[in-house]
Design a protein around this ligand. Sequence first.
Ligand code: C2O
Ligand code: CU
Ligand code: CU
Length: 543
Amino acid sequence: MSFKHSSAMSRRAFLRWLGVGGAAVAAGSWLAACSGPAGTVVRAPDATFTPDLEFELRASAATAQILPGEATSVWSYTGRVIKGEASNLQSIPGSYLGPILRARTGQRVRVTFTNDLPEDTQETIVHWHGLVLPEDMDGHPRFAIRPKQTYVYEFEVTNRAGTYWFHPHPHGKTGRQVQMGLAGLFIVSDEEEQALALPRDDYDVPLVIQDRTFDAGNQFAYLRGGGMMSGMDHGGMMDQMMGFLGQRVLINGQPDYTLSVATRVYRLRVLNGSNARIYKLGWSTGQPLVVIGTDGGLLEKPVEKPYVMLAPGERVELWADFSGFEVGAELTLNSLAYSGAEDPGGMMGGMMGMMSGGPPLGTPLTLLRVKVERAEDEPLSLPRSLARLERLDPAQAVNASQPRPVALSLRNMIWLINGKQFEMTGVTPEETVQANTLEVWEIVNELNPGEMMDANGMAHPIHLHGVQFQVVGRRVLPALKAGWDTVSAGYVDEGWKDTVLVMPGERVKLAMRFGAHTGLFLYHCHNLEHEDQGMMRNYRIAG
Ligand code: C2O
Ligand code: CU
Ligand code: CU
């Protein structure tokens, strides 16, 4: 592909894209009309709610020493415990990442959240990714608050033990806010999990994988172009269409991350907190990964995978046994090569490298280094069974013979769900489900004939709010099987999920039981640039 050819193509595409941009602006003004003056408490505490745990949480500007030299300006969640133990909130030292909040199933939690972001235009709201909550506790963009406003969350944790997380969810601005540093883990434990002999405390290690591009002054460069054609800001436009891919990997907010371990077992809780990058996790030793948990908590029993796919929003828990290593040994956790996540025949692969400056999807990367530094006796052995896991039976679904279709497509460079873009409160009859019912949904990643930019589409991590689901089937178009074959052994479909990777040409069938909370909930692509551009819809749980 010649430079001239691609430049002409993207100019035309850019103009088309500008035309659609107007809709997003209109959606933004809805919010300004509704959220009231600065300084107000948009949702006040409920006097009848008695919390077991109470936190204060704030989103504000800060600086972080990430690279040598200039500190990086970041936006960060900071928190403190108002009621509870100090151990319910754990800060990650030296990181822009928010604190780890810890709760037990059944606890009632109050979080007083204040938006202290430094730009007037940065309304925000906190979404508790993976938790099943009432609609006004879920962080829907229609509840976004402006700077200096406060929103009080009050909810009971009903999810099982697992690695959940929180991040901003204002419409059109999530990508930038997450990129600037707003994200944190919400770890739930329960009695069943506590009764298991799993690694605890220092041996229970959160690993948040993100990618960033730094400019010459060590600042985050987001949607700023930065490639060969940055003068025309094509880079920003392409990043928005394909998703931002950073030049370097950060773990827990730090570059060149090294995990010092003893010769024993660790529980690694891995979150892909990246905007758009999909990782194919693999050990440098070639050993399989032992998976004990997914998005919605522990599996029934451990499973071995040659590698594990982890798309934005997904979590995986690993049993990492270093007892067979000598002190002094080193290994790495890598992202291995894969293909097919973006159209290899289209222009995108080549453009991506030039545009965002980050390596294209599927490029091998070193994520972190493990150094075995001390000998320790290993007291634990891998449990044969981990947790009770209810298996949903798709044959019992109210729509068993007619799965609800969720079609992913691209039209004029805009990603759509069932042909539509996000509307703040818009929801169709086809997007309405009944509380307390079991349904099957089928996500179909369609081809896009006629789309010059990406006729085969790209991989999308699809996330549902308000429910945890199980993957009950996958198939792929024969024409796109070659790429799929480089990732499919890394799907962990054995447990509860809230986010699922759907490759080009793939159909994924999900089973889910909606709970009692009624109202509007989101389903969307967790590629944050896709989400911000409107690859998101409401669904209604009707009572
Ligand atoms: Cu993690 Cu709707 O998001
Ligand atoms: Cu979510
Ligand atoms: Cu997407």
